[in-house]
Design a protein around this ligand. Structure first.
Ligand code: FRU
Length: 496
């Protein structure tokens, strides 16, 4: 009989995500260089191959054909004489504007190299290129690196590059202190300053990092578009939220971005604590047309201390971004990519049930699941779900009618002693209207909550006891109606 070599221990360590991307071993932070090329979604990431703590950064690498299952590949880009390899992006140079591809096409990565000025300990951050002629399997550092530097700006990093059809130029958006700068280029090598954006705009609760800039259709119309700028904001001890991500909506002419909201409007992409440094995939085919985003599912406040041992950190689920006119104005909505539906096991449904106090759902033999539910608030003052991992341990995902808020309470959701700021309850306003819709994904160490078709999203890490989960539906001080509920166990994506 042929023996099938199935390594059952693979990806079963305590807290190991079962359907999220995480590196096999060691430290990971930001997603980098996400590009679709030749049938593969590439995901590079900030990686320290020698430790589970942040350190000299390399680009780790994985590929996927469906954004669900991933194949790990060797480290793609390593530090060299120009320094560590910080965050950045990758594009397909279809027309060989760079001259790297002998008239053909290939991948170009544009990233920050970090070191210090000669004979000094002042940090230096300069932008470099590497290219690949074999679908990202091997990379050549460009001999003329760095291609962009600025001796005045200390925090000058995380270039995101895209092709701007109307001006026939490459555009780079890059973080510069507490603003972003925009540069343009014809060949990815020589860059010309175009504009800067951000002074007095949005949140300045920390250094600006990992920007992105892209066009999205408004309300799924094919004739109305807006430009969206994403900017991550570093951790600052004066704010309890730690690191998080804001966005702006407006217009862009190839050189300058104009914010259409007042400068003091602050729009947060995610209202949980653990979604940072996310950007979008480049070169997704036009026929597909989606803007697909992934974030790093952690927070600089405690990222180095989370209670995992072999590896540290994972990514959020890949999400499709859209723009929608809501009662608060035009907002980004997010939904998990549809490919994830293939992980669903046998569905359990409930229809039209009045919830008075608590109702425990039937036993699930999986501890990773997707839960979709719609409530009519009725006379209740709050409703939602407790997900118990032990009798005295639960995470609550609930709606508070008085505050008109959706919240996650992870104050007693498992291990939390590694950082004093980890245990918390936090929420965001969401108008209840006639119904409130929940879409929840639970993995071994995270919960992602997409409310009202992704109008408000909360992403949180949790470190519960592993094993069976009990899902309890609750309503407080009166009856709420659970109009419908669908529960799917989710299959794991990791097999060796
Ligand atoms: C964001 C960040 C980036 C930087 C990278 C270093 O999380 O601080 O600004 O390029 O991480 O790992």
């Amino acid at each position: 009989m042929t023996e099938v070599n199935v390594n059952t221990a693979y990806y079963t360590e305590r807290y190991r995500p079962q359907f999220h991307f995480s590196p096999e071993r060691n430290w990971m932070n930001d997603p980098n260089g996400m590009v679709y090329y030749d049938g593969e979604y590439h995901l590079f990431y900030q990686y320290h191959p020698h430790s589970t703590q942040w350190g000299p950064m390399h680009w780790g690498h994985a590929v996927s054909k469906d954004l669900v299952t991933w194949e790990h590949l060797p480290v793609a880009i390593e530090p060299d004489a120009n320094g560590m390899v910080f965050s950045g992006s990758a594009v397909v140079d279809w027309n060989d504007t760079s001259g790297f591809f002998n008239g053909g096409h290939g991948l170009v990565a544009i990233f920050t190299q970090a070191d210090t000025y000669p004979d000094s300990d002042r940090p230096r951050q300069r932008q470099s290129l590497a290219y690949s002629i074999d679908s990202g399997r091997t990379w050549e550092m460009y001999k003329g690196n760095p291609v962009l530097s600025d001796t005045e700006i200390t925090d000058f990093r995380d270039p995101k590059v895209f092709w701007h059809k109307e001006t026939q130029k490459w555009v780079m958006i890059i973080a510069a202190g507490q603003s972003v700068r925009i540069y343009t280029s014809r060949n990815l090598i020589e860059w010309e300053f175009a504009s800067s954006f951000g002074e007095m705009e949005g949140s300045h609760a920390g250094v600006w990092e990992c920007p992105d800039l892209f066009l999205l259709p408004l309300d799924e119309a094919k004739n109305s578009y807006k430009w969206v700028m994403i900017v991550s904001i570093g951790d600052d001890p004066s704010y309890k939220e730690g690191s998080r991500t804001q966005y702006f909506i407006g217009d862009f002419d190839g050189k300058t971005f104009i914010n259409e909201n007042s400068p003091d409007t602050i729009l947060w992409l995610d209202h949980g604590r653990d979604n940072y440094a996310g950007v979008s995939w480049s070169d997704v085919p036009v026929e597909d047309g989606r803007k697909i985003y992934i974030g790093w599912m952690s927070n600089w406040r405690y990222a180095n201390e989370t209670p995992t041992s072999e590896w540290r950190s994972s990514m959020t689920l890949p999400r499709e971004l859209s723009l929608k006119t809501t009662c608060e104005g035009i907002r980004i909505t997010q939904k998990p990519v549809k490919e994830l539906q293939k992980l669903r096991g046998i569905q359990t449904t409930l229809l039209g049930q009045n919830i008075n106090d608590v109702v425990k759902l039937s036993e699930l033999d999986s501890n990773t699941f997707e839960l979709i539910a719609e409530f009519e608030p009725g006379l209740s003052s709050g409703f939602g779900f407790h997900i118990h991992s032990a009798s005295d341990e639960k995470v609550t995902i609930g709606y508070d009618m008085d505050l008109q808020q959706i919240f996650i309470d992870r104050s007693n959701a498992g291990e939390n002693s590694f950082h004093t700021d980890f245990a918390c309850k936090h929420g965001v306003e969401l108008s209840s209207g006639n119904t409130v819709k929940f879409h929840i994904y639970l993995d071994h160490s995270s919960v992602e909550v997409f409310m009202n078709d992704g109008e408000k999203v909360l992403t949180d890490l949790i470190f519960p006891q592993q094993g069976k989960k009990d899902i309890v539906v609750y309503s407080l001080n009166g009856v709420a109606t659970l109009k419908s509920l669908c529960l799917y166990p989710l299959r794991r994506i990791w097999q060796k």
